[in-house]
Design a protein around this ligand. Structure first.
Ligand SMILES: NC(=O)c1ccc[n+]([C@@H]2O[C@H](COP(=O)([O-])OP(=O)(O)OC[C@H]3O[C@@H](n4cnc5c(N)ncnc54)[C@H](OP(=O)(O)O)[C@@H]3O)[C@@H](O)[C@H]2O)c1
Length: 262
């Protein structure tokens, strides 16, 4: 096989205005901010996947018949399929739900934490995406947005199993994009920086505002970006990663040592 040096982007841009979107994990900070940002950008309908629909009571009162909270347990394939059947009009899929089981690769619970992180962050992400793909491909223009993490590009000692799951989510994002080349579907990977609240305090980092992360994802959709680094720290890491991936690897490895962590 000859590798071509010329890169052709698919050039798809999709503004949320008048579109139908779905966000998983819609009750947490980033998920909620995404729901609000999509509605404020004029999305005609936003389906919000949550484990407890009461969590969106106030937003439902505000956005009424443009917001549809849906009960979704991503650990359960039947729940994913049931919800997928309600999303025939979907145009923008945002895979935001996650679990974040801590655990270094040599910690006592590493295999359990690996399984939990992979089941939700990788398997369920792929399950819901494949369940919705037919509907997305049916539209004039559509998008799949996977909220990955900068830890999908380099691993952190305290979160080795989580990082591995996010690296797999990154790889799946690339794979989906490859398989959907020359289709109507924009495939975007989003790579926020690690902003764990305790680590942020310990390392004196500023926590990125979820509203800013959501705004940059919307901007990415409008610009047709396949990669979005949505906060200052992730942009800095991305810049370094593109030229010096090994430097990023070493910096992450030194960030925190196992015994410093809770
Ligand atoms: N926050 C950050 O600094 C940061 C940094 C890098 C990447 N990210 C990525 O950004 C996304 C959002 O992060 P976050 O920190 O805001 O998330 P989070 O606070 O950990 O919330 C996770 C979300 O996923 C939902 N969820 C978990 N298990 C589920 C299940 N079985 N079925 C359905 N939903 C389930 C949770 O619902 P419940 O509340 O009901 O459990 C919650 O809404 C994630 O993909 C994460 O990897 C975040």
């Amino acid at each position: 096989m000859r590798i071509k040096t010329e890169v052709v982007m698919n050039g798809l841009k999709i503004s949320p205005k008048g579109r139908v979107a779905f966000v998983s994990g819609a009750n947490n900070e980033i998920g909620r901010a995404l729901v609000i940002a999509l509605l404020e950008e004029g999305a005609s309908k936003v389906y919000a996947g949550v484990q407890d629909v009461k969590a969106l009571k106030e937003l439902k009162l505000e956005y009424r018949n443009r917001l549809f909270p849906l009960l979704l347990d991503m650990k359960n394939d039947r729940s994913i399929v049931k919800v997928s059947h309600m999303l025939k009009d979907i145009e923008i899929l945002i895979n935001n739900a996650e679990v974040c089981e801590s655990g270094g690769l040599f910690s006592d619970n590493s295999l359990d934490s690996l399984t939990i992180n992979f089941n939700l962050n990788v398997r369920s992400l792929l399950k819901i995406t494949t369940s919705l793909l037919g509907y997305l491909k049916n539209k004039d223009c559509a998008a799949i947005v996977n909220i990955v993490s900068i830890l999908g590009l380099a691993s952190m000692p305290v979160a080795g199993t989580y990082s591995a799951s996010k690296a797999a989510a990154h790889s799946i994002t690339l794979g989906i994009r490859g398989e959907l080349l020359n289709t109507n579907v924009l495939v975007m990977g989003v790579y926020p920086a690690l902003v764990h609240i305790n680590l942020a305090k310990k390392l004196n980092l500023n926590k990125a505002l979820p509203q800013n992360i959501a705004r940059n994802i919307i901007l990415g959709l409008k610009n047709g970006n396949e990669y979005v680094f949505p906060d200052i720290m992730s942009k800095q890491i991305a810049e370094l990663y593109l030229t010096e991936p090994v430097t990023v690897e070493k910096q992450f490895a030194h960030f925190v040592s196992e015994k410093e962590v809770v």
